[in-house]
Write a protein that binds this ligand. Sequence first.
Ligand SMILES: Cc1cc2nc3c(=O)[nH]c(=O)nc-3n(C[C@H](O)[C@H](O)[C@H](O)COP(=O)(O)OP(=O)(O)OC[C@H]3O[C@@H](n4cnc5c(N)ncnc54)[C@H](O)[C@@H]3O)c2cc1C
Ligand SMILES: *[C@@H]1O[C@H](CO)[C@@H](O)[C@H](O)[C@H]1NC(C)=O
Ligand SMILES: *[C@@H]1O[C@H](CO)[C@@H](O)[C@H](O)[C@H]1NC(C)=O
Ligand SMILES: CC(=O)N[C@H]1CO[C@H](CO)[C@@H](O)[C@@H]1O
Length: 524
Amino acid sequence: MMTKSNGTLLLMVALFLASYIYSIRNKIKDLEEGHQSMMARVEPNIEEFTYVIVGGGIAGVTCAEHLHILHPEERTLVITASPMIKTVTNILPVTKILESFDVEERPARQLQDTYPNLTVVKDTVIGLDSAKQHVLTSSGKCFSFQKLCLCNGATPKIIAPNSPHVVWIRDTESAQQFQARIQNAKRILIIGNGGIATEMVYEVREIEIIWAIKDRHMTAHFIDPGAAEFLRSELNQEKTPTSAPTKRTKFTVDNTKNTEEHQLGGALGPDWHADLELRGKAQRTVTLETEVEVARIMEPAEFNKEGKTLTLLHDNEEEWPVYAELTNGKVYGCNFIVSAIGVTPNTSEFTKGNNLELGEDGGFLVDDKMKTSVKNIFAAGDVCSPGWKLAKHWFQMRLWTQARHMGMYVAKCMWAEVVGEEVYQDFCFELFVHTTKFFGHKVILLGLFNGQNLSDKYEVLLRVTKGTEYVKCIMEDGRLQGAVLIGETDLEETFENLILDQLDLSHFGADLLHPGVDIEDFFD
Ligand SMILES: Cc1cc2nc3c(=O)[nH]c(=O)nc-3n(C[C@H](O)[C@H](O)[C@H](O)COP(=O)(O)OP(=O)(O)OC[C@H]3O[C@@H](n4cnc5c(N)ncnc54)[C@H](O)[C@@H]3O)c2cc1C
Ligand SMILES: *[C@@H]1O[C@H](CO)[C@@H](O)[C@H](O)[C@H]1NC(C)=O
Ligand SMILES: *[C@@H]1O[C@H](CO)[C@@H](O)[C@H](O)[C@H]1NC(C)=O
Ligand SMILES: CC(=O)N[C@H]1CO[C@H](CO)[C@@H](O)[C@@H]1O
């Protein structure tokens, strides 16, 4: 017979055993779960990098190169959607801030071979998890970062990108293709108000041009309204090969008065495009349509079917290869359409859901340390929009020079955050500088070269030697604010200093550009 105490003992043993088994089962479960979560953390295809850069353009590549200089022992990854990367070669200092260089496309491998701790992957980033600090690519790879730099550039805005009737132009190379096409054309429609559109309008001869712009003034992004007004009267004139030299070298832009008194002999721009024969097959006319956009592009069949009223420039117009309807209701026929409406920052798909703040023009907003609104994520080049308080003589223009400046500076900022150093904003953001070649001639743009932001009152000083040089100074209160230098003027260094130092030059007056006046002496 079982005694009471024996029974109790047995019960206790049973309970003990039960709880023991239970706890072991829980332990096993814990282990299993633990294992699972560990599996999640070390997914086989997460590769770890200190720095990850998206984009193999100038900004991305410059950033990678400078990270290598600053932090060679850390692993840096460049992910680029294109098989070629853009590198800067033949760098020559022009002034303190400005340098000239060539841009070359090179196989991505070369970069990796040059810098041992740099990896270049040809892949497209399709996802970003800013909390977990990793990016996903279209081939299913996952890379983790401590600091990420978005350098994924901008894309030309093209109306009707698939239409064979639309040509887009942004650089001098595509201008050459344009040249081939224009030879048989009688009429073109140019859309856009930037530098390229303006140049096209001025340079093409013997053709009818419809110029459709969104703004109220032509060339709003390129020259000031006063000069635009002045030039407008010359729009319809064929450029004559023997245009007279500039007679007056000074004129005043005063937007506070509504005057037409800005006179100036000769053309504002010299004939820098002499090498290119941009000639069509008709008598040159320019029809300016302001405050419009292109609403629709129609093939002849479509146009005929719709029976829209054609805006005629002549009594009997033949059938055109393409028709464009503008937002003001007008419909023009033409041989082809030139789209020169700028670029949009490529802040596309993959950053969605990460709350990256955008600037007014759609780029990733960055502060004076090139940081976006999200921790550990930086941006540089065409894809970013500066959100700091800009210096008076600097502004963003999506150009190589700035992609390079930003690429160098962002590398420093990323490195500084990793190592806990302090950086100060680079000197290059004090002054807008750009150098390029227009049809074989050196072009240097400094500061507020078109009177940007000087809406009230300023003076323009000009010195033009046809075919040789073109110097334009923008003066405000006797101080140099910006300049355009074309040809071998040798003035860039001096002018850079004059803009940065804001020296009072009023006693020179219009003689500032007189060849006999040695402004350089001013600094000695
Ligand atoms: C046709 C053309 C001509 C130009 N000519 C001139 C000129 O003569 N002078 C001048 O100063 N400027 C010129 N510009 C402007 C100049 O090219 C740009 O300002 C400059 O290249 C910007 O550099 P970036 O590195 O910011 O971007 P980009 O050079 O555009 O590079 C972006 C990079 O990001 C990659 N990328 C994009 N999305 C992804 C993704 N999701 N995953 C992985 N990679 C991605 C792209 O493949 C590319 O490699 C021109 C621009 C164009 C379009
Ligand atoms: C690459 O990184 C390793 C490890 O940090 C380092 O030892 C090596 O020196 C680096 N290589 C170069 C060329 O700096
Ligand atoms: C210049 O003007 C633009 C727009 O008109 C403005 O966004 C920018 O802040 C101005 N820059 C300066 C330095 O005043
Ligand atoms: C990958 C990426 O973001 N690139 C995009 C840039 O913009 C063009 C045109 O909008 C897209 O086609 C690309 O996918």
